[in-house]
Design a protein around this ligand. Structure first.
Ligand SMILES: Nc1nc2c(c(=O)[nH]1)N[C@H]1C(S)=C(S)[C@@H](COP(=O)(O)O)O[C@H]1N2
Ligand SMILES: [Mo]
Length: 405
């Protein structure tokens, strides 16, 4: 087909579209020479299909027991700040239980005036809230502590995702039940075989904890805790108990397995930090990043994600010379508290080697530390709560790799 005929085809197609916009066209429009346009497409469906362009997938963890494993979000293939629900990372300690919304109940008891039981229908009758929050596993980037630094964004940072969660505020239920004197903590327990449970301060429960039944506009997926989960904004993922079936109000924390032997930070002196709840400011350049290849010199948009468990991201700085000079990135608005913040930075790649990185500053003024700064304070015994700056190297041939520690 000559370029001239193609152009005529497009002009005719454009005229047909013009008819659409002016209201209606009673004339059957002229046949286009473009084959695809002449063939009838597929009809309507009950649930939308995935774009054929989207070959991206979660990456499965290496635990030999899939029930106790994890899967990571391909952060370098997601756009904006929302993670598609089907690409949200997963972390299960005892697999995904098969629960039904119809039979599920939530028990609220302990130091309350009136113990209460709620069905999901009961909860859906109550005032609802929708909030966009990131969720990050405390073990995200755990391997960055050791020499084995992550080769790409998905394996090193993909235990973090961001969704719009819908549900009832826990404060609504606590007010309904009435708190007794001495109510300082609450224990949330899941309905999976391991009955995952964590102690949380009652102030946080009264502030912003959500009992979520919806994610990105639809019901929770089974992997995300269907039919009900806790969402504890900004705090380590482990406390956002999935398949939630019980909340007990208590005076003291329980010191459960997940808050003693796990999710604690071993310090250089051999003592462990306990209850590191809020995830500190973190960011990473997702594009370009490890495993990518730049094919053209000239303009390249550097883009990535920043988040903090302590409110909003105030600023993100980008370096393209290995940290000698830091420049301010543009932040996508609105900047939501305890949600992903997308940053963008205009870069001109000359075709020479370059080392790029981002660092986040949150509204408390906290600055994301360099990996060495973090190691100086925390020592090398840690596994959880890594938030050091991540460097990527662009080689002269355009290949992007991680930088060896
Ligand atoms: N009941 C229950 N809740 C749970 C878990 C679990 O195994 N069982 N895993 C926790 C951990 S360690 C994390 S990081 C988050 C992960 O949530 P996601 O799978 O929806 O991403 O859920 C938390 N809640
Ligand atoms: Mo986790």
């Amino acid at each position: 087909m000559s370029s001239d005929r193609t152009r005529r085809g497009w002009i005719k197609y454009g005229a047909a579209l013009g008819g659409l916009f002016t209201g209606c066209s009673t004339e059957p429009h002229e046949q286009s020479e473009d084959e695809g346009i002449n063939k009838l497409g597929k009809g309507v469906g009950l649930y939308g299909e995935r774009s054929p362009e989207q070959k991206v997938a979660r990456l499965l963890g290496t635990n030999k027991h899939p029930e106790a494993s994890s899967s990571t979000t391909p952060l370098d293939s997601t756009m904006g700040i929302v993670t598609p629900a089907a690409l949200h990372f997963e972390r299960h300690h005892a697999g995904v239980p098969a629960l039904s919304e119809k039979d599920h109940e939530l028990l609220l008891h302990g130091l309350v005036d009136t113990p209460l039981v709620f069905s999901i229908a009961d909860l859906k009758r109550l005032p609802s809230a929708s909030q966009t929050y990131f969720l990050e596993c405390a073990g995200n980037g755990g391997r960055e502590w050791s020499e084995k630094v992550a080769v790409d964004v998905q394996s090193g940072f993909g235990l973090a995702s961001c969704s719009e969660w819908t549900g009832v505020k826990l404060s609504t239920l606590l007010q309904e039940a009435g708190l007794k004197a001495g109510a300082q903590w609450f224990i949330a327990e899941g309905g999976d075989t391991c009955k995952m449970h964590r102690s949380l301060p009652i102030e946080k429960g009264l502030k912003d904890v959500l009992l979520a039944y919806g994610q990105n506009g639809e019901a929770l997926r089974p992997e995300q805790g269907y039919p009900l989960r806790l969402i504890v904004p900004g705090w380590e993922g482990n406390v956002s108990v999935k398949w939630l079936r019980q909340i007990k109000v208590v005076a003291e924390p329980l010191a459960s397995r997940e808050e003693t032997s796990k999710y604690t930070d071993m310090m250089p002196d051999g003592k462990a930090r306990q209850y590191t709840f809020a995830m500190e400011a973190k960011s990473v350049i997702t594009n370009p990043s490890g495993g990518h290849k730049l094919t053209k010199r000239g303009y390249v948009e550097i883009s990535g994600l920043a988040w903090t468990g302590k409110g909003r991201i105030e600023r993100v700085e980008v370096t393209t010379d290995g940290g000698k000079r830091w420049q301010q990135a543009k932040l996508q608005e609105p900047r939501l508290p305890m949600a992903f913040t997308r940053f963008r930075f205009d870069f001109h790649w000359s075709g020479e080697e370059a080392t790029i990185a981002s660092r986040a500053v949150d509204e408390s003024g906290y600055v994301q530390p360099a990996r060495e700064e973090l190691l100086a304070v925390r020592g090398g015994n840690s596994h959880y709560h890594f938030n050091g700056v991540k460097l990527w190297r662009i080689a002269a041939d355009g290949k992007v790799t991680h930088v060896e520690a």
